[in-house]
Design a protein around this ligand. Structure first.
Ligand SMILES: Cc1cc2nc3c(=O)[nH]c(=O)nc-3n(C[C@H](O)[C@H](O)[C@H](O)COP(=O)(O)O)c2cc1C
Length: 737
């Protein structure tokens, strides 16, 4: 087994043992915390330092108490001014004043907190001592394994505190379970001396009289009757610290108890140093409680986060979508709502989030699928396409609306591929494929009509999702991001566009801009947030430049327009498309990893801006790659500032053409595999990948490798896992060509 596999097993054991035993751990820890007050309370009792007890008054009072009932034991309290009597008998239990002999009974029905806590601590009050012993062994194992599972690094997160506490306070926290285990194995506890016996039972008053001949009783701390009829006296040490301890009194004399409680027991109970060793034990209990609670809570939070499931209303109809930028998803939502309004039962889901076996449960699938790249399926659907090759969808009928754009070479290529894969798996078409070119509204309504009539479904569609209306945006400012003359950088600018009224948008949304009326628009990622400024949109625009066949230099239509033609103050017609699949998590505390190459950095300045504005951002890690640190570290100022003010927890860069190591972002992922694994698997960060398709594929492959090296998965299983994460939205990809 590799180290990674051992570590993975340890993590699972650590987690599951802790989870299963949490209730028992909590009982042991909380009662331990209560019991650690015993030495603290006791230290304030017994005769006061220097003051000596009035032995005659004491003997007289004990005699009086014994006349009134049967005391089980007495303790000298309040520095010798009173006695506390332990007894079943309510006539004597409670406080007895030494001077007046007045009795204040113990509260009726009151329970002895320490007794109860001790019972719970040792046997759960159910005679289950063995369970407690096993739990102590396992607690020790979990704590010793802890430091092997995560390195000590300071992070202000639940897991960060858990790890830091586990590491730094280990020597302290180990004392409790180590001594518990030693006690249960009788290690270092010494052998119990044979106790002397008595012929006739001795009362406490008699014991005081017998012992008074040999012992200096004005240092008496307490006395207890044993079952065999003897009495044990506890004496405080004298001024020289000697001669204290326990003595057993029989009818024939006094025997000192040799040895006393072992050091192991004293450490476990916090009695070795009186009040302050009790306080240390209380501190240990608090740390153990902290470890249990932070561990449990972070597990609960992870579970809650993992629940990315389809909206299920049951029924036989699956309304599914394969969407890259959200259009297909929005239209599928409209169909779903329409079916529910029409009284049908249906389930809505991104098709890529389902396993083939889950799809097979639905006799009818209504599917809206878009195309991305050069005739490819959306990112979240690629894994499913692979899985369908070895799946059986017999009995499934589907009707598909494919979204596309005829200006691309492979019109509706994604939909076609998906259709072919479904049919190869045995599904059949309930309706012929319908294709939408450009704005899908018309084709969509026509398709829904056919679905209604041909498939006899009641689907009440009241309106289409608003197609993003055109907005007029003014070029407010531009700034070159790369430094010309520092090697072969690519000309890249940040551009701020300004609206005349407030607009709602989030980082990662897309702005479609065309260079002129009727021209094909180009999409740019929004790198700012309307939560910070609802009128200002930041874009990252790289100039597309190439040499045409005639040898002339050509510029991309839209980037050339934005960077060469549109002067400051020029107004451009744009459309803003929401892109929920690539927005930052709505909860800013959720950890994220942002991976970008080149102008793929575009959305992330907006992520930073929005998280900083929230005031409670969780951990964020940026991994950025480009050619030269000096020349094209795009948005460097923004990210360095974010790192300094903590909005960014960590930043790694890879500049492939610098002399250092020529690494790319995917190489950084491999180099920092343990940390990547921790962010991915332990803290369940959402990973955002933005760049060219080849880059995103290399990054996904590197992530799968991390699962192999750190998680012990087989390569195929690791790829499938990453595919599943893409489908569930735990890994989000935004690619461009
Ligand atoms: C980067 C990109 C690549 C595209 N590639 C194609 C293509 O190859 N063939 C096609 O028919 N449509 C293509 N389209 C058009 C989309 O399929 C179409 O805009 C669709 O409505 C998007 O739906 P979605 O938002 O659900 O992803 C492409 C769109 C983008 C932004």
């Amino acid at each position: 087994m590799s180290f990674a596999a051992v570590r993975r097993t340890l993590i699972l054991l650590h987690r599951w043992i802790a989870l299963i035993l949490t209730p028992i751990f909590l009982v042991i820890i909380l009662t331990g915390a209560v019991l650690s007050f015993r030495p603290i309370v006791n230290s304030g009792q017994g005769p006061r330092q220097g003051a000596s007890l009035d032995v005659a008054a004491l003997s007289q009072l004990v005699g009086a108490i014994e006349k009134a009932g049967q005391p089980g034991g007495i303790s000298v309290i309040e520095g010798g001014r009173a006695l506390q009597v332990m007894a079943q008998d309510p006539a004597v239990a409670g406080r007895w004043d030494m001077a007046s002999g007045a009795h204040t009974p113990a509260p009726a029905g009151g329970i002895d907190i320490f007794r109860t806590a001790e019972g719970l601590h040792k046997t759960l009050l159910l005679g289950l001592g063995i369970v407690v012993e096993v739990a102590s062994f396992l607690m020790l194992g979990i704590m010793v394994a802890g430091p092997f599972l995560a390195w000590l690094r300071f992070r202000n997160s639940l897991m960060g505190w858990h790890t830091a506490m586990g590491w730094l306070l280990l020597p302290l926290t180990l004392t409790s379970p180590v001594t518990a285990v030693m006690l249960s194995l009788h290690i270092g506890t010494g052998s119990r001396p044979e106790l002397p016996r008595t012929k006739r039972p001795v009362a406490i008053s008699q014991a005081l009289a017998i012992a008074g001949r040999d012992l200096d009783l004005n240092r008496l701390a307490g006395a207890r009757r044993f079952r065999g009829g003897t009495v044990m006296l506890q004496l405080a040490p004298d001024a020289t610290g000697g001669n204290g301890g326990g003595f057993v009194v029989t009818d024939s004399g006094v025997t000192p108890l040799v040895g006393g409680p072992s050091l192991v027991k004293q450490i476990h109970e916090g009695t070795w140093g009186g009040a302050w060793s009790g306080a240390i034990n209380f501190g240990i209990s608090l740390v153990l409680l902290g470890l249990t609670v932070t561990g449990l809570w972070s597990w609960v939070r992870r579970k809650a986060r993992n629940r990315v499931r389809p909206v299920a209303a049951g029924g036989d109809i699956l309304v599914a979508h394969a969407s890259q930028t959200g259009t297909a998803a929005r239209l599928a939502g409209v169909v779903f709502e329409g079916l529910i309004a029409g009284g049908e039962k249906a389930t809505l889901a991104p098709i890529g989030a389902l396993k083939p076996a889950e799809i097979a449960r639905f006799p009818l699938v209504l599917l809206i699928a878009s195309t991305t790249g050069e005739g490819e399926v959306p990112d979240g659907t690629r894994a499913l396409l692979r899985q369908l090759k070895s799946s059986d969808l017999k009995g499934v009928r589907f009707a598909m609306l494919a979204l596309g754009d005829r200006s691309y070479a492979h019109f509706c290529g994604g939909g076609q591929r998906l259709k072919a894969a479904l049919m190869a798996a045995g599904a059949v078409e309930a309706l012929p494929l319908r294709e939408a070119d450009g704005d899908p509204s018309g084709a969509f309504l026509g398709w829904v009509d056919t679905v209604r009539s041909e498939l006899a479904l009641n689907c009440k569609i009241t309106g289409l999702p608003a197609v993003s209306p055109p907005v007029a945006l003014t070029v407010a400012d531009r700034q070159r991001l790369d430094v010309p003359g520092t090697g072969n950088t690519q000309e890249t600018w940040r551009i701020w566009l300004e609206g005349t009224q407030d607009i709602a948008f989030r980082p990662g949304d897309l702005v479609r801009i065309a260079a002129g009326a009727g021209e094909r628009p180009r999409s740019y990622s929004v790198g700012s947030s309307s939560r910070v400024d609802p009128r200002r949109i930041a874009l990252t625009v790289r100039l597309h430049e190439w040499t045409a066949e005639d040898g002339a230099r050509r510029l991309g239509r839209v980037s050339g327009f934005l960077l060469r033609e549109a002067e400051q103050g020029v107004t451009v017609e744009a459309r803003l498309d929401p892109h929920p699949g690539f927005n930052p998590p709505t909860d800013p505390r959720w950890p994220i990893v942002m991976i970008a190459a080149g102008s793929g950095i575009a959305p992330f300045p907006g992520f930073i801006e929005e998280r900083r504005a929230s005031g409670r951002a969780g951990p964020a890690w940026l991994i950025f790659g480009n050619r030269h640190r000096d020349g094209d570290f795009l948005w460097r100022d923004v990210f360095e500032e974010a790192l300094a003010d903590g909005t960014l927890t960590r930043m790694d860069t890879a500049f492939s053409r610098d002399s250092d190591d020529g690494a790319r972002v995917q190489d950084r992922l491999r180099q920092h595999a343990p940390e990547v694994f921790e962010w991915l698997v332990e803290t369940k960060a959402i990973v955002y990948i933005c760049g060219r398709r080849a880059m995103s594929e290399a990054v996904l492959e590197a992530l799968a490798e991390v699962l192999v090296t750190e998680g012990g998965l087989k390569p195929e299983a690791a790829r499938a896992e990453i595919g599943q994460w893409v489908a569930e939205g735990r890994v989000r990809v935004d690619t461009f060509n």
